[in-house]
Design a protein around this ligand. Sequence first.
Ligand SMILES: C[C@@H](N)C(=O)N[C@H](C)C(=O)O
Ligand SMILES: [Zn+2]
Length: 237
Amino acid sequence: MTKEFFALPLIALFFSGPGFCQDVPQNKYGLKVVANIGLYQQQVNNDSAKALIEIQKEIPNIALDIRYASTNNFMHEKMYNLAKAYTRLPVLSALKNVQKELNEKGLGLKIFDAYRPYTITVAFYEKQKDSIFVATPWKGSRHNRGCAIDLTIINLKNGKELEMPTPFDDFTEKANTDYPHLPKKVIENRQLLKDIMTKNGFTAYKDEWWHFDFNGWKEFDVTDISFEDLQRLQTLN
Ligand SMILES: C[C@@H](N)C(=O)N[C@H](C)C(=O)O
Ligand SMILES: [Zn+2]
């Protein structure tokens, strides 16, 4: 076990005492980023909605294909060490409702990405340099706030994805939510995803059929805590 493993509980404890209130520091772009575990833990202690929760622990039948934990992504590089999906507590509740509704139809969700540490967004932008398909380092992504989800729908009988306009992270106009030149069934599938997500508190991102922002995202800071640290905190709590 590493020194960091032993240091983490102490750091978390030190910053999380009652009434302890630290400002969120700004980075070189003037963006407020929660980049230390103590500050994150303090925010969670003050408001449990801020907790980043592992989605599969709470929705066990949700499917995951965490592309950035593999090389099967637009970076062609493994960006995460753990194939996990974390999100904030109210986002998790909304997803539970979506999954319940889909399950009643013999369908379910498959997640490609959820909370994404800010450092990863910066790396994406350095490669892609495109503010439509990738968030900029000066704004950060709603994924960094634990409030965006990239996902699709699967058929529970065979685990297969419903046919959608493009594969995940196809950065072309075909990914637009209103791209019209598609078979009727594909348009219906895209509409089903959009309808069920919007009904449950999300807004569709018009350039990417798979991306949805939780409507309360402004309440949550851009965060840069690694999955490994979230996992360690989980074992402490
Ligand atoms: C990179 C892609 N999956 C994505 O999430 N894009 C949006 C715009 C983002 O980076 O927030
Ligand atoms: Zn996304």
